[in-house]
Design a protein around this ligand. Structure first.
Ligand SMILES: Cc1cc2nc3c(=O)[nH]c(=O)nc-3n(C[C@H](O)[C@H](O)[C@H](O)COP(=O)(O)OP(=O)(O)OC[C@H]3O[C@@H](n4cnc5c(N)ncnc54)[C@H](O)[C@@H]3O)c2cc1C
Length: 317
């Protein structure tokens, strides 16, 4: 059945998909699965039961069907026309966490970063505290090389497991991730399923204090309770994106109900009722004005997925 919006055809796609042990849902709304709370549906949303289920699905999936993986959507703008193809969201089958010999933490990629920080704290492991401040999953941290307070994922990662578009289950060492600032050079089709982190011996009271400080600093400097996607743009070499945006006079600037945060002007806020198009247009206007005032081209840190309202999946797939 063709949906009323005429853009994606989840039921038709569903009929072509391999059987799974997990869950497949046609035209599943994605807005509630992202921090911005905007955007259209996934043509089909797949929640695999476990890594084998994910691998078997990808191996049998027709090659022309696009695949997009999401975490908890804290760095994501889903466009209003939805996401063609299959969107994969990892759930319970990827949420194991364990502490191993030698101050190591192993975590499935659906585990929230904060849980890894807490497991480290509970076991007197230092070095993973920075994950307390990043509101995503381990999958998102691996793909984004998430970082804060002078540490990044690349500083603590030993290796990861992943499944590629052909359904092959692969192991990656840190070098295979080809990390740089907020960038992972591992192939784009990889869906990470597990990570192993290296911590160091630490004092639990000190780690707890550091985590408390991070929580307080976040509350003070970022709109952490708003509908936002975190830092919108990467910091250009030697510059701070927020300072460039401020200098361009964009603090508080709005497009529709999308506004540049007064608190931290590299954050965009959905004040309620914004569309993904409003947020993206606001971001592009910031880029234009920053280029005009400083000559610097800002790069999006937020990942934008899907198609604008009015475009069909078939036109863009
Ligand atoms: C209030 C706020 C504060 C933030 N502060 C920070 C910060 O201090 N430091 C920082 O680095 N980021 C920060 N962010 C951004 C965001 O939290 C991180 O980028 C985070 O790592 C994204 O994780 P996620 O699970 O939400 O991924 P999503 O936003 O859902 O996806 C982000 C990207 O990761 C990919 N991805 C997700 N899971 C997987 C997987 N299993 N395999 C392969 N690819 C995957 C997606 O395809 C997408 O390209 C902040 C965001 C907010 C809202």
């Amino acid at each position: 059945m063709r949906p009323a919006n005429g853009r994606i055809d989840g039921e038709a796609l569903l009929a072509r998909l391999p059987e799974v042990r997990g869950r497949l849902v046609a035209e599943a709304p994605l807005s509630g699965l992202t921090w911005f709370r905007v955007g259209g549906p996934a043509e089909v949303l797949f929640t695999p039961a476990d890594e084998d289920d994910l691998a078997a699905f990808l191996a049998a999936l027709p090659g022309e069907v696009p695949v997009t993986v999401i975490g908890v959507g804290s760095n994501l703008l889903v466009r209003d026309g939805g996401v063609p193809g299959v969107v994969i969201r990892l759930g319970r089958g990827f949420s194991a966490i364990s502490v191993e010999e030698g101050y190591r933490v192993r975590a499935g990629t659906a585990v929230p970063d904060v849980k890894v920080a807490r497991a480290a704290l509970d076991n007197g492991i230092a070095g993973l505290t920075f994950l307390r401040g990043i509101p995503g999953t381990i999958g998102g941290a691996l793909r984004m090389n998430g970082g804060a307070y002078g540490r990044e994922t690349k500083d603590v990662l030993i290796g990861a497991r992943a499944v590629d578009r052909q359904g092959r289950q692969v192991s990656l060492a840190l070098e295979d991730m080809h990390y740089s600032y907020r960038h992972c050079g591992a192939p784009d089709d990889l869906i990470f399923t597990e990570a192993l982190f290296q911590g160091e011996p630490g004092d639990s009271d000190r780690i707890a204090e550091a985590m408390r400080e991070i929580t307080e600093a976040r509350e003070q400097s970022q709109p952490v309770r708003s509908r936002t996607g975190g830092s919108t743009f990467k910091n250009p070499p030697g510059e701070k994106a927020w300072q460039l945006i401020d200098a361009a006079g964009m603090r508080g600037f709005a497009v529709g109900a999308a506004r540049v945060s007064e608190k931290h002007c590299n954050f965009l806020i959905n004040e309620g009722g914004a569309t993904a198009a409003d947020i993206e247009a606001l971001g592009e206007e910031i880029r234009r004005r920053v280029r005009e005032t400083s000559g610097i081209a800002l790069d999006w840190e937020i990942r934008r997925i899907g198609v604008p309202a009015g475009e069909t999946a078939r036109e863009t797939a």
